[in-house]
Structure formats: C-alpha cells, structure tokens
Design a protein around this ligand. Structure first.
Ligand SMILES: [Zn+2]
Ligand SMILES: [Zn+2]
Ligand SMILES: [Zn+2]
Length: 143
C-alpha cells in the first residue's frame, strides 16, 4: 500500500496541476476515501484511509477531486457519481495525463471514459473502485 509520503506527493502534484483547493487528510473512518466539505469553514478535504491497499494513488485523488465540483444531482438525489462528476473526472485524467484505469465500478465514469464497467454492490462502490484499480485483487479479473 502507498506510504503517507506517496499519498502526500501525489495529492500535491495533482491538486497543484488542477488548481484544486482540497487539502489532504488521513482517516480510517472511510473505507477508502472521500471528498469532505467542511461547511463551517468553506474548506474541503480529500480524505484518504492510509490503510486502504490502493495501488494507484492518483486514481483515488482524481476520483475525490472530481467531487469538488458539485452538480444538481448532488442536491436532488444525494448521489455524487453522476454523468457530471464523470465528465469532470475524465477531463481531469486528460489534463493531468494520468492513464485511465482498465475498469471501474462507476457506470457513468465507465461510459464517459469508454472503459469497462464491472457490476458491484453499490454500497461497496468505493471499496470496489479500489478493487477496479487493483485488478490483482479480483480473482480472474483480466479486464
Ligand atoms: Zn475540494
Ligand atoms: Zn465518489
Ligand atoms: Zn450530476
């Protein structure tokens, strides 16, 4: 799993390149990660569980960074993995030159990026994103 120094370096590189204000915070309260708004201060954090076994830190930082840009769906349905988020995420991959993952558990991201969508239990979506980014964790996964 990546060290906290690796996470910090990848976070710093990507947020600088994308001009994102999101700070990095480590917490094991989240299974993998989150984009956490602190409404009181008008500030936000990209939260990373330092114990999550995540092979490509950039995938998680970009995923959470794309949540920085809210869209109507977030307020209407409380869901953040919509086509608006997916479009932002695709643009971020393009802008940073990070290679797309082979597969994703997120349907709209798969559609927008033209990559393989694997069906997962939605409640495990982020955990599954970790697995999609770490295909060696999935028995027989060759996508
Ligand atoms: Zn943010
Ligand atoms: Zn997400
Ligand atoms: Zn949306």
């Amino acid at each position: 799993m990546p060290t906290t120094e690796e996470w910090a370096r990848v976070h710093a590189d990507l947020t600088r390149g994308l001009r994102l204000p999101c700070k990095l915070r480590f917490s094991s309260l989240w299974k993998v990660g989150a984009h956490d708004w602190n409404c009181n201060l008008g500030k936000c954090d990209i939260v990373v569980n330092p114990f999550a076994d995540f092979r490509v830190p950039a995938h998680l930082i970009l995923h959470e960074g794309a949540h920085h840009y809210s869209c109507p769906c977030l307020f209407l349905y409380g869901k953040g993995h919509c086509r608006h988020w997916a479009r932002v995420l695709c643009d971020m991959y393009k802008e940073t030159g990070i290679a797309l993952p082979h597969a994703t558990g997120f349907k709209e991201f798969a559609r927008a990026a033209g990559i393989v969508h694997k069906i997962f239990d939605p409640s495990e979506a982020l955990q599954m994103q970790a697995i999609a980014d770490n295909p060696q964790l999935v028995e027989g996964a060759d996508a």
